[in-house]
Design a protein around this ligand. Structure first.
Ligand code: CAA
Length: 310
């Protein structure tokens, strides 16, 4: 028997960033979730995100991928979360969402604070998902405990069980994968419903244990790092490294171009997580990658990385 996700209201935290915006987009257009609350740090950021959302809808309508009616319905499903900007504690005001997907900055303290607030205000029936690409999902789940729950109480045990990792890939509307990462605490029912939701978003699901970098970044980040080290040691030019992988292995982007696309700070950060949490020196981020981050050369988002984007 196929499991139903049962999500009628979805909230996306960090909805104006590339990932959050893309998640809201596939939830609205593919899964056709009737009500999607978008939440971010400022109204101005949310408006910027909505403008990008509108641009994507218009592009998909013009290419015949969506009917105008479906685009209008998708757009109408989006609402700013009640209370305006940064209003996590008020997200439940007009009825609690069935699921929240957090796609905020990749920072443990920020995520822990978000999950504590969500767990303190939303009923146990709300699934809490994180789009983290490298932080321990079990650690995030452990913070999803209501503020006033006593240690060892049923609430303190039950709340982390509705938390899991749903790792989307950039650009979300294009990339076909979602990596599903149950925390140690996650219940089977929550895992099954989250899988059904991600499938409704048009994605193929792979499951990874909650280990550093999961499957995707455990393989991708050392690959990118090796390409940077090849450049650093003069094996080939950046263009030849990228062209070798693009034309020799049919990758859509070479590793250095992909590093620019992901963000060099993100690549460096995930490399550090892999190194710290495994203790294995094979994950040590290259010196050149670190220096480029020091210089503020973060790739596409800063206008300069291995390539120039101005
Ligand atoms: N949002 C939505 N759609 C986008 C987009 C965005 N930000 N960027 C591009 N697209 C769409 C375009 O609109 C276009 O759609 P249509 O086919 O409907 O026209 C389609 O993608 C192709 O775009 P382009 O023709 O402009 O460019 P392209 O053919 O060179 O493809 C690409 C661009 C899809 C990004 C492709 O280069 C690619 O697949 N690159 C690899 C991306 C990748 O590996 N992503 C994963 C990164 S790792 C990660 O996200 C997770 C992590 O934890 C680090």
């Amino acid at each position: 028997m196929s499991i139903k996700h049962g999500i009628k209201t979805l909230a996306v935290v960090g909805a104006s960033g590339q990932m959050g915006n893309g998640i809201a987009y596939v939830a609205a257009t593919k899964a056709q979730i009737p009500r999607i609350l978008i939440c971010d740090q400022s109204d101005a950021q949310l408006d910027k995100g909505l403008a990008f959302f509108d641009k994507l809808l218009a592009k998909d309508v013009s290419k015949g991928k969506l009917t105008q009616d479906d685009a209008d319905r998708a757009r109408a499903s989006l609402t700013k979360a009640p209370g305006g900007a940064a209003s996590l504690a008020e997200i439940h005001q007009d009825g609690p969402p069935d699921m929240v997907i957090e796609a905020a900055t990749e920072n443990l303290n920020i995520k822990q604070s978000i999950f504590k607030t969500l767990a303190s205000t939303l009923p146990l029936s709300t699934i809490l998902a994180t789009n983290t690409s490298s932080i321990s999902v079990s650690k995030i789940a452990a913070s999803a405990v209501p503020e006033n729950a006593k240690a060892g109480s049923p609430e303190a045990w039950q709340s982390p069980a509705r938390t899991l990792g749903l790792h989307f890939f950039n650009p979300v509307p294009v990339m076909k994968l979602v990596e599903l990462i149950p925390a140690l605490q996650t219940s089977k029912d929550v895992t099954d419903r989250a899988r059904a939701f991600a499938e409704a978003c048009g994605k193929t699901i792979t499951v990874s244990a909650d280990t550093p970098g999961f499957v995707s970044n455990r393989l991708l980040i050392p690959f990118i790092n090796e390409a940077v080290m090849a450049l650093e040691s003069g094996v080939a030019t950046k263009e030849d490294i990228d062209t070798t992988l693009k034309l020799g292995m049919n990758h859509p982007m070479g590793p250095l171009q992909l590093a620019d696309f992901i963000g060099l700070d993100t690549c460096y950060y995930i490399g550090e997580v892999l190194l710290r949490e495994t203790g294995d020196s094979k994950y040590r981020p290259s010196v050149l990658l670190g220096r480029m981050v020091d210089a503020g050369w973060l790739g596409k988002k800063s206008g300069k990385g291995f390539y120039d984007y101005n």
